[in-house]
Design a protein around this ligand. Structure first.
Ligand SMILES: *[C@@H]1O[C@H](CO)[C@@H](O)[C@H](O)[C@H]1NC(C)=O
Ligand SMILES: *[C@@H]1O[C@H](CO)[C@@H](O)[C@H](O)[C@H]1NC(C)=O
Ligand SMILES: *[C@@H]1O[C@H](CO)[C@@H](O)[C@H](O)[C@H]1NC(C)=O
Ligand SMILES: *[C@@H]1O[C@H](CO)[C@@H](O)[C@H](O)[C@H]1NC(C)=O
Ligand SMILES: *[C@@H]1O[C@H](CO)[C@@H](O)[C@H](O)[C@H]1NC(C)=O
Length: 604
């Protein structure tokens, strides 16, 4: 199980370790986001699983319309389940079967049955507290900052926050002491107490601590092991962690989530000549002589000249008549013209057509739509679903709609009816697959491939897909940095534009400005500038029908690296610059659009 990582850095002089921050350090590739952005480990239980359950309480449901949670049907496709209820992981979380709205599961942790954002909050003793420092820690149900505070006292007898009298001070029971002048004396009967170094008990302590073996033993009982909260375990020598939600890494490198290897396929029969043994090779686990035997998928057959291909475990020759290898099975066909479909079906193209895993009789003019056939003259195929072809119809996920009607909005394959909500198309904005509320109550934070929705909070700014309190964290191109103390708000980077879906770009800008389209090949940073190498670039002004290719590669410099969104090499972007400056006004990632040029021209 991958858990958030506490990074512990040892300083050599004193037994001290710093908890860098329990930020999640795991990644699951390709499930929620293509780029393997780190997301909360807890969210893994709620990933949309495929294939979706098509039967809900023994009734068939349309998975493009509904989600089934423990036998209850809910509106909306591809939702996650929290017990019997459904929710969208990009705008809510599920802890202990309870829903917390407005906190995405992808960035949250659970504090009992409530979710919180560990970037801006802490869970102390099952209470959610507002983080006041990037590195705030819990002292029972209070916050403290170990730069200038201590959390002293015994776990069960109450702990309290003390202001460090100097940076050398350490805890000794309920008190603090300076190890340069005092030692911490503990008595079997009484509480821990600091004493001057010349006190007799300090001398005893010193003797006790001298042999290294005993030092280790003493850690268990003396103050050098942190007093951890119930349910917590020591991490290093002065930090505690919750083994359910965090992982302790004494080594400062956080391990990434485990990588998933593809399932191995059958053919392991590798033919490998070993020097000096030219007439033996291995076939699976068997050793054989390739002069007299043929190995197909680990099975040996007698060698026949000219028979040098394998169909599953059966050898055959390219010239063999009347046989066809399909889906690793050798078929004997009576008629010429048989073919093997990409899905492994043997069929006769003059008579049949294969749609997915189904073989249909040929029907002139028909094409495949999912497993079915459809007639493109009268029907439209959206994601394997066929619909009547009405005028101006387009696909949104598996549904068909008329974008020119201005009544519907398509957000990453999910269709919304604006008329029901009494809203105008020009004002509607998408955050991933979610239609944002009208007004500015919500903020959408985007990293490449991941858009999350947060309730708007003053003083907070997006940093990639996270939404931190800007007095605690600064952000540079999607990367968070804890702000040093005292909070220097003058250094706030003004957040740049977020990556918008193409459909949310204002047509007056998209169509009437000179826009740049191109594929980012590489990015480098020099001082505060970002330099970009772009290929296949072109300028376009759609309203005038002007398109001009730019020589490749095309070099661009952005003056503000930190306030520009992260760009992924290999992705194609469209952007519009601000007049009289090189800064970005609007930018959109077109990589999910199979033909962006057409999409732009359709909008203009
Ligand atoms: C943001 O951080 C500041 C500085 O610690 C703090 O005073 C403020 O309460 C935080 N705001 C919220 C909404 O958490
Ligand atoms: C320890 O040292 C302090 C200051 O040097 C002195 O005042 C005190 O009497 C000493 N105590 C003992 C027990 O020697
Ligand atoms: C292809 O072969 C596999 C393994 O034998 C089998 O499970 C599958 O059903 C076959 N596919 C077709 C289309 O016959
Ligand atoms: C189809 O779209 C075009 C261009 O957007 C528009 O002029 C026309 O009125 C639309 N037709 C219908 C029937 O909505
Ligand atoms: C904050 O940053 C500005 C600009 O970098 C600097 O001039 C100022 O002295 C800083 N203030 C504090 C309190 O560090």
């Amino acid at each position: 199980m991958d858990l958030p990582c506490l990074e512990i850095h040892h300083s050599s002089a004193v037994f001290s370790a710093t908890v860098i921050l329990a930020l999640p350090c795991y990644s699951v590739r390709g499930q929620i986001n293509r780029f393997g952005l780190p997301v909360s480990a807890h969210s893994r239980d709620f990933y949309v699983r495929s294939p979706r359950d098509q039967v809900c309480a023994r009734v068939n449901i349309d998975i493009l319309e509904f989600t089934c949670c423990e036998g209850e049907r809910h509106d909306g496709a591809g939702q996650s389940c929290c017990g019997k209820r459904s929710f969208n992981v990009i705008q809510a979380s599920c802890c202990d079967g309870q829903l917390t709205p407005h906190v995405s599961q992808l960035v949250s942790d659970c504090c009992g049955s409530r979710a919180y954002d560990p970037l801006n909050q802490l869970c102390c003793d099952l209470q959610i507290l507002t983080r006041t420092q990037p590195h705030s820690k819990c002292c029972r149900n209070e916050l403290y900052n170990d730069d200038h505070q201590l959390c002293c006292g015994h776990v069960n007898k109450g702990r309290k926050v003390l202001t460090k009298m100097s940076r050398h001070h350490q805890c000794c029971g309920d008190h603090q002491y300076d190890p340069r002048s005092h030692c911490c004396c503990y008595h079997i009967t009484g509480p821990l107490n600091p004493q001057p170094l010349n006190a007799s008990c300090c001398a005893i302590q010193e003797v006790r601590h001298t042999p290294p073996a005993q030092t280790v033993q003493n850690k268990g009982i003396a103050q050098s092991s942190p007093n951890c909260m119930p349910g917590e375990k020591p991490c290093g020598q002065s930090a505690c962690f919750n083994p359910i939600t965090e992982r302790c890494c004494v080594n400062p490198t956080c391990l990434q989530g485990q990588s998933y290897s593809h399932d191995q396929t059958c053919c392991e029969g590798t033919l490998s000549h070993t020097p000096g043994h030219y007439h033996s090779a291995s076939c699976g686990s068997k050793v054989y002589n390739p002069d007299i035997k043929t190995c197909c998928c680990g099975k040996l057959s007698n060698k026949v000249l000219g028979v040098n291909l394998c169909c599953g475990t059966t050898p055959y020759g390219v010239e063999d008549r009347g046989v066809l290898c399909c889906n690793q099975t050798l078929h004997h066909v009576v008629e010429d013209g048989y073919q093997c479909s990409p899905g492994g079906h043997l069929y006769l193209p003059s008579r049949e057509m294969v749609c997915g895993s189904r073989v249909h009789l040929n029907d002139p003019g028909k094409h495949c739509c999912g497993e079915e056939t459809y007639d493109p003259q009268y029907e439209i195929c959206c994601n394997g679903r066929k619909h009547h072809r009405l005028r101006n119809v387009s696909c949104c996920g598996g549904k068909a709609y008329d974008p020119s009607s201005g009544q519907m909005k398509c957000c990453a394959g999910t269709l919304y009816n604006l008329q029901v909500q009494d809203r105008l198309l020009g004002e509607a904005q998408c955050c991933g697959s979610v239609l944002m509320e009208a007004g500015s109550t919500q903020t959408c934070c985007s990293a490449p491939g991941l858009d999350l929705l947060y309730p708007t909070q003053p003083g907070f700014t997006c940093c990639g897909h996270r939404y931190p309190n800007a007095s605690l964290w600064s952000c540079c191109a999607g990367v968070l940095h804890p702000r040093p103390e005292p909070h220097n708000t003058t250094k706030n980077v003004i957040p740049g534009p977020r990556l918008l879906p193409l459909g949310d770009l204002k047509t007056e800008v998209l169509c009437h400005s000179r826009v740049l389209l191109g594929t980012v090949e590489s990015v480098s940073v020099k001082m505060n500038e970002r330099s970009i190498v772009m290929v296949n670039a072109m300028y376009m002004q759609a309203s005038r029908g002007h398109v001009s290719a730019v020589p490749s590669p095309h070099y661009i410099t952005l003056p503000e690296h930190c306030s520009s969104p992260e760009l992924v090499p290999g992705n194609t972007y469209i952007w519009v610059k601000n007049p009289f400056s090189d800064t970005i006004r609007f930018i959109s990632d077109l990589s999910d659009d199979s033909f962006p040029l057409r999409s732009i021209l359709t909008m203009c």
